[in-house]
Design a protein around this ligand. Structure first.
Ligand SMILES: Nc1ncnc2c1ncn2[C@@H]1O[C@H](COP(=O)(O)OP(=O)(O)OP(=O)(O)O)[C@@H](O)[C@H]1O
Ligand SMILES: [Mg+2]
Length: 260
């Protein structure tokens, strides 16, 4: 069972595909992070007038606001240094804002205790721009980790990890140490790890930065399936080919501010 804080459980998105494992903790309730009174009519991620200054005086974000609805897929664009990664790090509580409010699943992240932040982060699938994979661990072990943290049964872990690796054409490398892989392969490991739990929230930082167009299409297919299954997804990207022609919202940061 998930840990419960103040009566408000953090829960991953449920899997409702035919034949999918019936996970006991989600009870087929979608995006159930929020308390009952908070669930309706609230954004899933709400960033309000946030400023982030890195020491000593680098203003990465200035007075930035962004609301993302439950179940939305949104693309965050902008030039190098515009603040895209910083915004994702603030949403995932890896960094703290200097000013402003950040709510995730109805919770004010500034009010979360250390353990609660850990719990929240376990429910966010984060694909880092610099991957953050464990180089001595195998591909399988890297991808399995978020499921192991949630104590999923071994058989389910094996099935799901293989499924995600197959979707990204990485199953033939699953027993290799991740540090031995090419950049594009390591990127796919990072994406597989972010996707494996079918989390309620996925934050993907330049997920196709090292990939060719064929593999990028596979990544977007995986994200689209997760989004259709209820996951909220925020993708920071320079790669216009992954959002052009889609109906999803595209927002642009410039020098730490959103452009109209
Ligand atoms: N830990 C840090 N310490 C100091 N400055 C930082 C730190 N992280 C980011 N910055 C600065 O904050 C600004 C925004 O950086 P950020 O990484 O968010 O940009 P980005 O839009 O993700 O860029 P890219 O497209 O190159 O990944 C940049 O000027 C960057 O140099
Ligand atoms: Mg970045």
């Amino acid at each position: 069972m998930p840990a419960v804080h103040g009566g408000r459980p953090f829960r991953p998105a449920a899997d409702v595909r035919p034949g999918a494992p019936d996970t006991d903790f989600d009870n087929k309730v979608r995006l159930h992070f929020m308390s009952e009174q908070n669930r309706e009519n609230r954004p899933f991620v709400d960033v309000v007038k946030v400023t982030k200054v890195y020491s000593p005086d680098i203003v990465a974000l200035q007075d930035v606001s962004l609301s993302v609805d439950r179940g939305e897929m949104i693309f965050l664009t902008g030039m190098s240094g515009a603040g895209k990664s910083t915004l994702l790090k603030l949403i995932s509580c890896m960094e703290r804002p200097n000013k402003g409010l950040i709510e995730v699943a109805g919770r004010d992240t500034a009010k979360l205790k250390k353990g609660e932040i850990q719990e929240l982060r376990q429910q966010i699938g984060m694909a880092y721009q610099d991957f953050k994979i464990l180089p001595r661990h195998t591909v399988f072990q890297n991808v399995a980790m978020p499921m192991e943290v949630l104590y999923r049964p071994g058989r389910e872990i094996k099935e799901r990890v293989n499924e995600v690796l197959e979707a990204l054409r990485m199953d033939h490398k699953k027993n290799l140490p991740a540090g031995k892989l090419s950049r594009g392969e390591q990127q796919r490991v990072a994406i597989a790890r972010a996707a494996v739990n079918r989390p309620a929230l996925i934050l993907a930082d330049e997920p196709t930065g090292n990939l060719d167009s064929e593999i990028s299409t596979l990544v977007m297919k995986l994200f689209t399936e997760l989004n259709e299954g209820g996951s909220t997804i925020i993708i920071a990207t320079h790669d216009s080919s992954i959002y052009e022609g889609t109906s999803h919202r595209v927002v642009r940061l410039e020098h730490g501010m959103f452009t109209a």
